[in-house]
Design a protein around this ligand. Structure first.
Ligand code: CO
Length: 297
């Protein structure tokens, strides 16, 4: 072998040795049991068994959109988690679910907020999920994807799909549709007023009200009376037809929307089906997830 060839061979061996050493080093920093991306669906939760249908439907749609990805659930409501624990059902908070996924060796997580608006729960998840990314041994990436009514385009989509998929066919134009949103002290409560504006523009007999925020029930009732409405369909504008829909909206207690409107001379027809039970509406969350997934690639 000539001297030149020996030098070339030695240099190549050295490069090979250094490259392998570097790769081995890199591997020892990453986890041996790395599993890729997991999906964590985060909802408020419900203790009403019949309302679970909404979650089953979402899971079906998520599976269809991401057949390769494992799906996990977390519940933001402490009260619901406590209540379910008493019945022997242990539900994860977003934080305990993320800790488990970390322990299980996932490197990336798509956290999907199944809330309606970007309110305090959504912002809490964002802050805490990011901490799991900063932890030593934490995830390579966590992306917290937006709730249903995030942004003007999503709001327009929701208005259009409520009108085409949620309103019972037998409803006549002079009959009202009253949607019951949750409402919050958080500034994102303004989304419901924006929705009222958009619904009114699309159909002046569709109204948006909330249980705990604005527009309030009193405002909605006043509008209905001013228009001389005699019949109204009551629909929950929440992911599930849970406690608020069954009691505050359609219940037989004096302070339910149904009873208060009937006292005002408006016949009410409640429809007990949550937003997540309508594929057309639930697909808005799935669309948000698809965008989020592209950020995790
Ligand atoms: Co509530």
């Amino acid at each position: 072998m000539c001297k030149k060839c020996t030098i070339v061979l030695l240099t190549l061996s050295l490069i090979f040795f250094l490259t392998s050493a570097c790769l081995a080093g890199a591997q020892s920093h990453s986890r041996a049991d790395e599993k890729g991306t997991a999906v964590l669906l985060v909802t408020f939760g419900t203790s009403i068994p019949s309302a679970q249908a909404a979650f089953a439907n979402i899971e079906k749609l998520v599976k269809k959109a991401f057949p390769e990805t494992e799906i996990h659930w977390a519940y933001t409501s402490h009260i619901i988690r406590k209540k379910m624990a008493k019945e022997g059902k242990i539900l994860n908070s977003p934080e305990t679910a993320l800790a488990r996924l970390m322990e299980d060796g996932y490197s990336k997580v798509l956290v999907q907020s199944l809330h309606m608006i970007p309110g305090s729960e959504f912002h809490d998840i964002r802050v805490n999920a990011k901490m799991f990314e900063n932890m030593s041994g934490g995830f390579k990436k966590v992306f917290v994807s937006y709730p249903l009514l995030a942004g003007n385009d999503n709001m327009d989509k929701a208005v259009e799909r409520v009108i085409s998929h949620m309103i019972p066919e037998e409803r006549k134009a002079d009959e009202a549709v009253v949607l019951m949103g949750h409402g919050t002290h958080h500034t994102a409560d303004a989304v419901y007023s924006a929705m009222m504006y958009k619904f009114q523009k699309a159909d002046p007999n569709i109204f948006m009200g909330t249980v705990e925020g604005h527009p309030s029930f009193d405002e909605v009732r006043e509008m209905l009376l001013k228009k001389g409405i005699r019949r109204a369909y009551l629909l929950p504008f929440m992911s599930v037809a849970g406690d608020h829909a069954m009691n505050d909206m359609a219940g037989d207690e004096e302070d339910s929307w149904k009873i208060m409107l009937e006292k005002a001379g408006i016949k009410c027809i409640p429809v007990l089906k949550g937003i997540a039970e309508y594929d057309a509406l639930a697909e808005i969350w799935i669309d948000n997830m698809k965008v989020a997934m592209s950020h995790l690639k």
